[in-house]
Write a protein that binds this ligand. Structure first.
Ligand SMILES: Nc1nc2c(c(=O)[nH]1)N[C@H]1C(S)=C(S)[C@@H](COP(=O)(O)O)O[C@H]1N2
Ligand SMILES: [Mo]
Length: 253
């Protein structure tokens, strides 16, 4: 029996037990229909991660919100992960005050666009005071400004064939979200921090904020967004460069 089947069985057996579903075949249909099998179940994920994804999708539903805080709870120190991109392209954009910054949004969309920073700032402005937790053990609460990603997704018209949104960065990082997390109201395209422009260290000019997942899903220095029906062409097929460091594609908290 393949790993995929073994792990599928693990979920469906658990589902059948937990939900009192009559029969494994019914549980299997439910797990597939409601998207409880993560896209990487056949590969490098352990059963634990598969269950985490399934349990969060089941127990938290599609609209569970990350906790939001008040301004008085904002952390004094905002730790930084990584370094600003050293590429010529990024350095040129930075020195031009990001006037020449362009964000292509392509793939399975009706209306591909190439957005300037001004275009992004014209979308409805929202803020969130949320906690970012790094897999390395630190976290901080900060106030971020931007627009919910769903505004962009509505603008470009996501195809019914779409399953993932891939995010690429100027420093070579990349990651992806399923549509549940991509359309989640707290998933933001972010260009401001604490009432100011997004500082370079925190991902200028535009980053992703995904407060329902661990920090590495909040890709900084966004250079391209692409809508796809498969992870096959996102990196080496794992949908993220984090698995190269031993971390999982789905990192819900
Ligand atoms: N492009 C890019 N995005 C990135 C990273 C990075 O190195 N490059 N680090 C990630 C990690 S591991 C974390 S915890 C958060 C940290 O965000 P911060 O530096 O704003 O605190 O950014 C994430 N996004
Ligand atoms: Mo991190």
């Amino acid at each position: 029996m393949s790993n995929l089947l073994t792990r599928r069985n693990l979920i469906t057996t658990g589902l059948a037990a937990a939900a009192g579903v009559a029969g494994l075949a019914a549980a299997e249909r439910i797990a597939t229909r409601y998207g409880l099998i993560p896209p990487d179940a056949g590969g490098w994920l352990g059963p634990g991660e598969v269950l985490t994804y399934a349990a969060q999708r089941l127990l938290m539903g599609h609209h569970a919100m990350a906790r939001e805080f008040s301004r008085s709870e904002v952390s004094k120190v905002h730790p930084i992960s990584g370094y600003p991109p050293q590429t010529d392209e990024y350095q040129r954009l930075l020195h031009g005050g990001f006037k020449d910054y362009r964000l292509p949004v392509d793939g399975l969309v009706a209306r591909p666009v190439v957005l300037s920073l001004a275009d992004i700032k014209r979308m409805p402005v929202r803020s969130q005071i949320t906690e970012q937790s790094c897999e390395e053990g630190w976290s901080f609460i900060a106030e971020w400004h931007g627009t919910p990603l769903y505004n962009l997704l509505h603008q470009v018209g996501v195809s019914t064939r779409a399953r993932y949104i891939a995010f690429y960065a100027f420093d070579g990082s990349f990651d992806s979200l399923d549509l549940t997390d991509a359309y989640h109201p707290q998933t933001f395209l972010t260009y401001g921090l604490s009432g100011n422009e997004l500082p370079i260290d925190y991902g200028a000019p535009v980053r992703l904020k995904v407060p329902r997942q661990v920090g590495y899903k909040s890709i900084k220095y966004l250079s391209r967004i692409s809508v796809t029906d498969s992870m096959q062409h996102i990196g080496s097929g794992q949908g993220s460069n984090q698995p190269d460091y031993g971390y999982t594609w789905y990192a819900g908290i």
